[in-house]
Design a protein around this ligand. Structure first.
Ligand SMILES: [Zn+2]
Length: 332
């Protein structure tokens, strides 16, 4: 049995830089036609020169493959002139509450400080992508506690497209349909696991990410959105590689490297819940409509043939290392 996906897209991806970029980017370029690349680097992506350099580095790391990187800039206060210099190079601007995740320290402390920029983005039609967690709340409540902020932005900037990235809780699912300008991405791990898989038995650092996976009720609400290919929802892996030494130690960095298993696991899951008919919309068509993009034409075929997830790629341990997935990517 085979299934062919048309121009699969990963609308939330961390590719890092330098050696890590060169190690992980080929996996995205093999399985996806394009991806939205996150800007939380040091220093952050926040000007034209840095955008162009990063784009060139990504093309360099993915040579020989059909793969379009859709870049994003880091949200800070930009003047109109600054925004206009790089508006055509980006697909969205990303908001990180300060301290929410990897390299978010330069993020926004108080949204009122970014009001002028948000107004400009609304006017210029630049979507706002948001890591929606309140870093001061309890780790399991951070997303829920951020929802009033989403509501406020949705109301204050009714023409601004707001993407609630990697949503993980049932309350975020409920909020999605309350405002026309709210959209969401879902990761593969949040469709598969709960907090139990991370910490219910032996601690599994390779399933640890932010926002952290939550309850069965939360996971089932996310699954419902994905399996029905809700038109405001798209796939965004949030694949976020760290070297093994940063994941396996006395402390563990947040982030799951899911790129190599994303498509096989999604096909397996959608098949199990009899939702394969909606996978194309979830993996590509919805994102094309939401962002108004036309990614390069690329067919990716998967076959029902088991795949044992390698223990390590370079120095990065993938999610579900050593486990069996029943589908494999067989061709472009
Ligand atoms: Zn992310």
């Amino acid at each position: 049995m085979k299934i062919t996906l048309d121009s699969p897209l990963d609308m939330h991806l961390h590719l890092r830089e330098d050696e890590m970029l060169r190690n992980v980017a080929p996996f995205s370029a093999k399985d996806f036609s394009g991806a939205m690349i996150m800007p939380n680097l040091v220093p952050p992506i926040d000007n034209l020169k840095r955008l162009l350099q990063y784009k060139a580095d990504i093309y360099d790391a993915t040579k020989g493959e059909i793969f379009k990187p859709y870049l994003t800039a880091f949200l800070k206060n930009y003047t109109r002139e600054e925004l206009l210099t790089f508006k055509d190079e980006i697909i969205a601007i990303k908001l990180y509450p300060a301290g929410a995740t990897t390299n978010s320290d330069g993020g926004v402390e108080d949204l009122s400080h970014a009001a002028d920029t948000l107004k400009l983005m609304e006017e210029l039609g630049i979507p706002l992508s948001v890591h929606g967690e309140n870093p001061k709340s309890h780790v399991l409540e951070r997303e829920k506690d951020f929802l009033p902020t989403y509501e406020q932005i949705a109301k204050d900037y009714p023409k601004l497209k707001i993407i609630m990235e990697h949503i993980t809780c049932v309350d975020a699912v409920k909020l999605l349909d309350k405002y026309d300008n709210l959209y969401a991405t879902l990761t593969v791990q949040h469709l598969l696991i709960t907090f139990d898989d991370i910490a219910g038995g032996l601690l599994n650092p390779h399933l640890f990410c932010k926002p952290i996976a939550k309850t069965f009720e939360d996971r089932d609400a996310l699954r419902k959105l994905a399996f029905s290919a809700h038109p405001k929802v798209m796939f965004g892996s949030d694949s976020a590689p760290h070297p093994k030494s940063s994941k396996e130690g006395a402390t563990s960095a947040a982030g799951c490297f899911t790129t190599p298993i994303a498509l096989p696991c999604l096909v397996e899951l959608f098949e199990k819940f009899d939702a394969l008919d909606n996978l194309q919309a979830f993996i590509s068509d919805n994102a094309k409509k939401i962002y108004g993009i036309n990614p390069p034409e690329k067919k990716v075929t998967l076959e029902k043939k088991s795949f044992i997830v390698p223990e390590i790629y370079g120095d990065v341990v993938p999610t579900f290392a050593g486990e069996e997935v029943t589908w494999s990517v067989v061709s472009e």
